[in-house]
Design a binder for this molecule. Structure first.
Ligand SMILES: [Zn+2]
Length: 258
């Protein structure tokens, strides 16, 4: 029994003090404050997020956690994600790469790394990382979405279509995938497929102006002028300021002068 020098620990959950012989708080089971424990700092970062504090506060806490546990992939990935949120993309990439070094099969880190690459304009690297994320796990709707967007950005419409089709197979209610499928099919001249997908967007959201315009254009390119004019007329009824629809409607309906 130690008569002297008993160190008191503060419960991080209920704030009561107990001697350090306890591993967890005997009152509530919560952990004790211990500035040498990386989990103390990761909890601090989490509570900072839950409390609505600026991202920089969580970053500072998680940075300390990573210094105490430099090989902890989860902490490294968490820090990388926070740097992505503040737009510090070089740091985001650095920490996400470290997370992958620690756990090469950590699909979340590959996903987040892909987003940072995409935001920094490194689209091919974004595609590689998103593909790696999907090689590890095929059930990530977000990864298919970004794979589709990144491929469209590079002009790889066929690959984009494949990605959005996978997305829809995984999540049939992800209506917006139809919009992207329509845009990609239209870009490679497959207007009938584009029409079908834009229609699905409009079934779910009849006042979607962008989908309406693209549907009209797909009809126009498919040589279905009557249908195109009908779509543009409807768009103008919904919003008379829609200049794109107005120009197309007038072009399709005005009899040329002799
Ligand atoms: Zn407690």
């Amino acid at each position: 029994m130690r008569a002297l020098g008993v160190t008191m620990m503060t419960c991080a959950t209920c704030d009561k003090k107990f001697p350090d012989e306890y591993k967890y708080c005997p009152m509530c089971g919560g952990p004790f404050d211990n500035v040498n424990d990386p989990h103390y700092w990761s909890r601090k970062a989490l509570n900072s997020r839950l409390g609505g504090e600026p991202l920089s506060k969580s970053i500072a806490a998680l940075k300390t956690a990573c210094e105490l546990a430099p090989g902890n992939a989860h902490l490294l990935c968490g820090l990388g994600k926070l740097y992505y949120r503040t737009g510090e993309l070089d740091k985001a990439i650095e920490f996400l790469k470290r997370a992958i070094e620690a756990k090469p099969e950590y699909s979340d880190a590959h996903y987040e790394l892909a987003l940072s690459y995409y935001r920094s304009g490194r689209i091919k690297m974004a595609i590689q990382s998103m593909q790696k994320c999907l090689d590890i796990g095929h059930d990530d709707m977000g990864a298919y979405y970004w794979l589709g967007i990144a491929n469209y950005h590079l002009g790889n419409e066929t690959e984009a279509i494949t990605a959005f089709q996978h997305l829809l197979a995984l999540s049939p209610k992800a209506v917006i995938a139809n919009y992207h499928l329509g845009v990609n099919y239209a870009a490679i001249g497959r207007h009938e497929e584009a029409i079908a997908h834009f229609k699905r967007v409009l079934d779910a959201c009849p006042d979607d102006q962008a989908a309406g315009y693209h549907l009209g254009m797909a009809y126009y390119h498919a040589n279905k002028m009557k249908e195109a004019a009908g779509v543009f007329r409807q768009a103008l009824e919904q919003d008379p300021r829609d200049h794109r629809a107005k120009d197309m409607y007038e072009m399709l309906t005005e009899v040329p002068g002799i």
